[in-house]
Design a protein around this ligand. Sequence first.
Ligand SMILES: [Zn+2]
Length: 322
Amino acid sequence: MTVPPCRFSIAESDAPIEMLPRDLSHWQQGNCGVDYVHRFDSGCAGPELVVQALTHGNEICGANALLWLLENQVRPIKGALTLIFANVGAYQTFDPQRPFASRCLDEDMNRIWLPSRLHSPDTHETHRAVELLPYIENADSVLDLHSTTFAVAPMLIYPQTSGNTDFADRLQFPFPHLLYDPGNYHQGILISEHQRHATEGVSLVAECGQHFAKSTSEQALAVTLRFIAQHDMLASAVDVPAWGYAADDLAGHYRIDRVLNAQTEHFRFTESVSGFEQYNKGELIATDDQELIAAPFDNCTLIMPARVPVAGEEVVTLAERL
Ligand SMILES: [Zn+2]
């Protein structure tokens, strides 16, 4: 199958770059036969956890959180903890002049977790996903660490199941929670594929803040340690740091309604947006050539708008603030 080149991220950035990617070569040789995968088994019965970083190669906060765990020799006190640096090939192409371009090599690695794609891998990302899939399928719970183009509130994103919502509420995550029905959201997301297999665990994405902000890496570590702790797998000697960001009035629950694609190269938002702008039903959000795009419901919230709309590609997610 022919896939479009990874065009999403070629725009140059005006975001300050406070953090640069670190050299991961010391951690290339994992301990279970797959590069950049480290699994620590406590030897005691308990959950099988996976924390994945670098699903998107330019989202360096997750790599920094996993490096902290590895360098500080954090080990689960029960069950097993697997740490995955996913798209290291993309991460290694980082260029501070084009910091969004290392999101992927061939295609978005968070749209390919589909049996049809992984049965016959044909890109860098699908080949890597095939290597990682056994760990995802074997996991009770998965935390996938991400960051955002714009400096907006951190958020948790998860399929709307009672297990996920209970866990996320107990986590006391003081930022937006975005709940989705897999039928109404992007296809091929890692946590959706995990959710298909998981019977008791949880499947969460943590968006930890702006890609290159120092506080985003602090947030990634804070959410990762809380995720492990809430499975009762974190040694009491490990201090759990404060959240990397201050909570604000955007905290609360949102229902993801749909993803909009730009139909033409003339897609334009009606105002400068960065995410979490809210509209009442009928208010104009954007124009797409001749088409007017109005908010389809009240409390309609823009989530993760694209920096540069590209015809035929995702441009924004609409969510209802609950
Ligand atoms: Zn991401």
